[in-house]
Design a protein around this ligand. Structure first.
Ligand SMILES: Cc1ncc(COP(=O)(O)O)c(C=O)c1O
Length: 367
């Protein structure tokens, strides 16, 4: 079979050997550094890939949303989930309590009110929830500041009867602003040090910190170099994307997921239209050193300059290209995770040409 001829477009194609290599390489890195792997599932949202990650030695998985966790636990692929997201409101808390009957669950907290509500619900249900304090090491999203702020919250949470403080976590996604490997190491190193220093403060106060968890694909080989980090939670690494391969460590050949698209119009010599627009590519901006809405593998200098819902407008800076109507191109998305969330299935291609269809069971599970 030839997937470029056999699959209808636009669709998501995954090269199985690249996927396996990405999973194995990160698993091996974690093993060599004595760090537990708890990969984030928001990138792929499929049971098959969760199983591949568990088979490669992951201790469990990370999910952002309860819905993702429910789908993956109920598929039988995973039974240990860290919810790296604040679980707020009675509906969510009751789903969390129900999930605790089907899997080992831990959850992030970053404030007294949220923690108190979880504790009260756990006490009422006769349960204890493992919680991880979320710290802000520079992304300025959720999470509290390292040092004193985290210490104060950890002391309060440790006194809550329904909760067990298991450790601390951060998503050091801000390291992606680095423009080269040295800057990446420096941002990652700062985040890692802030985590380890804060863990020491907590331990000095008698609060056990079993888990010091970091997570981001760009920071995977930087933040984790700091002694004392116990867990990593990369997500994007399974596929990689346009935002990642700019650091030079990997090239497009390691980007396991591509959008297969067909040229549907060639209205001008310097312009081609493909059947993948914003409803397929998603709308994340390119990394600072690139342009457009994705990387066209066959035409590395081309720019997907504009998208409307179902049209991708490719421009050729050289003024022309041999692409013709009916040709198929492969596009590496700027940010693979929202792209996956737009489709129902992945077409997974093996080196022998065979194609498997894997359902993206947790797509759209944003509640
Ligand atoms: C809490 C958390 N952990 C880990 C990750 C994984 O980061 P990446 O996709 O860069 O691997 C993310 C990504 O958004 C995240 O939000």
């Amino acid at each position: 079979m030839n997937y470029r001829e056999d699959l209808d477009t636009p669709c998501l194609v995954v090269r199985k050997s690249a996927l396996q290599k990405n999973i194995d390489e990160m698993a091996e890195y974690a093993r060599q550094h004595g760090i537990s792997m708890r990969p984030h599932q928001k990138t792929h949202k499929t049971a098959e890939i969760a199983r591949m990650q568990m088979d490669a030695g992951a201790v469990g998985v990370t999910c952002a949303k309860l819905g993702e966790a429910e789908a993956l636990v109920d598929s039988g692929a995973v039974d240990d989930v860290f919810l790296a997201y604040q679980i707020v409101g009675p509906r969510k808390i009751s789903r969390l309590l129900a999930l605790m009957d089907r899997a080992r669950v831990s959850a992030a907290v970053d404030g007294v009110e949220g923690a108190q509500a979880l504790s009260d619900a756990c006490v009422a249900a006769g349960k204890t929830l493992d919680v991880i304090i979320e710290m802000n090491t520079g992304l300025n999203r959720a999470g509290i500041l390292p040092g004193e702020e985290t210490e104060r919250l950890a002391e309060k949470v440790a006194a809550m009867p329904g909760l067990n403080v298991k450790g601390i976590m951060t998503h050091e996604g801000h390291v992606a602003k680095a423009i080269n490997q040295d800057e990446l190491d420096s941002y990652g190193g700062d985040a890692g040090k802030a985590m380890v220093d804060t863990a020491k403060r907590l331990r000095d106060k008698g609060i056990p910190v079993d888990v010091i968890s970091v997570g981001s694909t760009p920071g995977s080989f930087s933040t984790t170099k700091i002694d004392g980090i116990t867990e990593m939670r990369p997500g994007t690494y399974v596929f990689y994307d346009n935002a990642i391969f700019r650091f030079g460590r990997i090239g497009p050949e390691r980007c396991a997921l591509r959008i297969l698209a067909t040229v549907v119009s060639r209205p001008a010599p310097d312009r081609a239209i493909v059947d993948a627009g914003s409803k397929t590519l998603a709308m994340d901006p390119p990394p600072p050193d690139r342009k457009g809405h994705g990387y066209v593998v066959e035409e590395p200098d081309a720019v997907i300059a504009r998208v409307s819902e179902e049209h991708g407008v490719i421009e050729f800076p050289s003024g022309d290209s041999s692409l013709a109507v009916g040709d198929v191109v492969e596009i590496i998305p700027n940010h693979v995770c929202p792209t996956v969330n737009l489709q129902n299935e992945l077409f997974v291609v093996s080196d022998d040409g065979s194609i498997e269809t894997w359902n993206i069971i947790a797509r759209g599970k944003v509640r």
